[in-house]
Design a protein around this ligand. Structure first.
Ligand SMILES: Cc1ncc(COP(=O)(O)O)c(C=O)c1O
Length: 486
C-alpha cells in the first residue's frame, strides 16, 4: 500500500523510543508507578498531539462528538477504506477470483507487525470466532479443568459454557483484584491459587478485559501456565492496534484478536494466533490442536502438528471468503506499522491517563473502577462510574438512564455494564444471588467468594482523540450526573 499521507514534516519526526517516552512521561504514566492523580504525561501529549492530529485526519470520525468506543468497533482509515471499496468493486465486476491476494501475503503482513511467524497467523472472522475455534480445538478429556478469570466477555463465556459442557470439562474461576493499587503479581498469585496440577488443562483470560479495561499480565500468566504444563488462551479483542504486539515473545499459546476494533480493519475480521514452534519465550511441547474449520484436505486429523505444518494456512482455508476485507485488514496493519505501533501505544496510554485524571478531578477517586497505579495493568480503556453514592453505582436503572442520556443529549456512546448474574455463576448456584444486574461478577481472589464490582461505564482513548475531547466528555458527564441527582 502507498505510504500513509501524513504531513511530511510531522511524519518525519522520529518516533520516540521507550526511554525517551518514559522520561517525558515523568517515569510514571507507563512506568508501572503511575498514579491516576499524579500529573499526566502532559509533555508527551504536548509533543505528540500535533502528529496524532494529522493521524486523525485519516479517519472519517465525526468531529462533533468524538467516537470513544474503539472497543466496540474501530473506524477504517480512509486510505484503507478506499482500497477496500476498490476490492469490492473489482470482485463485483469479476467475482470468479477467490482471493484478491493470496492468504499467505495477507498473513505475512499481519505476522510482521504482530511479531509472529506466518505459519502461526490465521485470518478469522473476529475474536469470538477465533476463540471459539481455539477452545473447540483443544484436545479436552473428561475431568480436565479450564481456569478462567472472572472478567470475561459474554461471547467467550458462552463458548466456555458450551465447550466445557460438551467435553465434560470443569470450569474454575480466579478472582481478579481490582483495587487502584493492585499489582500484576497479585493477579498471578490469584491465578496460581486456582491452578490444580494435573487437572488444569488451560488458562483463559483477556488482555485487556472487557468490563474494566484491565490488561491482565499476559506474559507473567503465560509463564505461570508453562510452569504447570498448562495451555494459555488469551482473548486479545482489544490488544491488537492498541498495544505493540510481540506475540512470539509473550509465551502465550493461543490468541484471538479483533481486526475490526483498535486495529481498525473491516468488520468481520480477526486474527487467530497459534504458537506453532518451540520459542524462546515458550519452549513447551505444542499442545494437540484440532482444526474445527478448515478446508485443508491433507491436514492431520488427530490434532498433531508435524514439522513444517503451516497451521495458519490450514486455518485460513475455508470456502470462498470475501477477501476484500482480508486484504484491507492486512493494509490496516501495514498502516499501523508505518505510523509506528509503539508511538500509537504510548499516545493511547498517555491519553487514557489524562482521561483518568479528568474523571478523578471531577468525581473523586472512587469513580475509577480499575487498577491505575501499576502501568502493566493499564490500557486505553477507562472504566468509571461517576455517581457519588455506592447504591447509585449499583443501580442498573440509573446507570442505563445515564448511558441513554449521554447518547441522546450529549452525543456520546458510552459502554456500560458487566455480566452480572448472566456470567459464569448462574442460578441454581446460590452464589449467583450475590451478583446484580450489570455488575462485574468478580470474586475475592483469596476466598473465591462473590465480590461483585460496581456497574462500569467504559470509554476508550483511540489515537484519533486528543485531550480536549476528554475535557468535553468529562464536562458532559458532570452535567448528566447533576441532572440525575448525583
Ligand atoms: C474482551 C472482548 N472479547 C471479545 C469481544 C468480541 O469481539 P469481536 O467482535 O472481535 O468478536 C469483545 C467485544 O467487545 C470484548 O470486549
Amino acid at each position: 500500500m502507498r505510504p500513509v499521507p501524513l504531513d511530511a514534516k510531522v511524519a518525519a519526526q522520529a518516533p520516540m523510543d521507550r526511554r525517551k517516552f518514559l522520561a517525558l512521561a515523568g517515569g510514571g504514566v507507563l512506568a508501572m508507578a503511575g498514579d491516576a492523580t499524579a500529573k499526566p504525561a502532559a509533555s508527551l501529549l504536548d509533543l505528540e498531539e500535533p502528529f496524532f492530529a494529522k493521524f486523525a485526519k485519516l479517519f472519517a470520525i465525526s468531529h462533533e462528538h468524538k467516537y470513544l468506543v474503539a472497543s466496540q468497533k474501530g473506524s477504517m482509515p480512509i486510505p484503507v477504506l478506499k482500497r477496500f471499496k476498490e476490492g469490492l468493486d473489482q470482485l463485483a465486476a469479476d467475482p470468479f477470483p477467490v482471493y484478491l491476494e493470496p492468504s499467505a501475503v495477507t498473513r505475512a503482513k499481519i505476522a510482521k507487525g504482530y511479531g509472529a511467524r506466518v505459519d502461526e497467523i490465521a485470518i478469522a472472522r473476529n475474536t469470538t470466532d477465533a476463540i471459539s475455534q481455539i477452545l473447540n480445538g483443544l484436545d479436552w478429556r473428561p475431568g480436565d479443568e479450564l481456569l478462567c478469570s472472572t472478567l470475561e466477555y459474554p461471547n467467550c463465556v458462552a463458548t466456555i459454557r458450551r465447550v466445557t459442557a460438551r467435553f465434560g470439562v470443569v470450569i474454575r474461576q480466579f478472582g481478579v483484584p481490582v483495587r487502584h493499587d493492585t499489582e500484576a503479581e497479585e493477579i498471578v498469585a490469584s491465578a496460581r491459587r486456582g491452578l490444580r496440577p494435573g487437572k488444569t488443562k488451560a488458562l483463559f483470560f483477556s488482555c485487556p478485559a472487557h468490563p474494566n479495561g484491565l490488561a491482565l499480565p499476559a506474559r507473567r500468566l503465560a509463564q505461570l501456565a508453562q510452569q504447570h504444563g498448562v495451555i494459555t488462551v488469551v482473548d486479545g479483542a482489544h490488544y491488537g492496534g492498541m498495544f505493540v504486539p510481540r506475540l512470539d515473545e509473550m509465551g502465550v499459546d493461543f490468541w484471538g484478536i479483533s481486526g475490526h476494533k483498535w486495529q481498525c480493519g473491516p468488520g468481520g475480521t480477526g486474527i487467530l494466533y497459534a504458537r506453532n514452534a518451540a520459542l524462546a519465550a515458550n519452549a513447551t511441547p505444542l499442545p494437540r490442536f484440532h482444526l474445527v474449520r478448515s478446508g485443508a484436505l491433507d491436514a492431520p486429523t488427530d490434532g498433531s502438528r508435524p514439522a513444517g505444518f503451516d497451521l495458519g494456512a490450514a486455518l485460513s482455508l475455508y470456502g470462498f471468503p470475501e477477501s476484500a476485507d482480508w486484504r484491507a485488514l492486512g493494509e490496516s496493519c501495514e498502516l499501523w506499522d508505518h505510523t509506528g505501533r509503539e508511538r500509537i501505544q504510548h499516545y493511547i496510554l498517555a491519553l487514557a491517563d489524562y482521561a483518568r485524571e479528568q474523571i478523578t478531578a471531577a468525581f473523586g477517586h472512587e469513580a475509577l473502577l480499575q487498577p491505575c497505579r501499576d502501568g502493566e495493568l493499564k490500557s486505553g480503556i477507562v472504566a468509571f462510574n461517576p455517581f457519588p453514592k455506592p447504591e447509585q453505582r449499583r443501580d442498573w436503572k440509573l446507570c442505563e438512564e445515564f448511558q441513554a442520556r449521554m447518547l441522546k443529549e450529549c452525543g456520546y456512546h458510552v459502554g456500560c455494564g458487566g455480566l452480572g448474574h448472566n456470567g459464569l455463576t448462574r442460578a441454581p448456584d446460590p452464589d449467583a444471588a450475590a451478583f446484580f444486574e450489570g455488575c462485574i461478577p468478580n470474586r475475592d481472589p483469596v476466598t473465591n467468594q462473590p465480590a461483585p464490582g460496581d456497574i462500569p461505564f467504559r470509554i476508550g482513548t483511540p489515537a484519533w482523540c486528543n485531550r480536549a475531547d476528554f475535557d468535553r466528555f468529562t464536562a458532559a458527564c458532570l452535567g448528566q450526573v447533576k441532572k440525575l441527582g448525583g
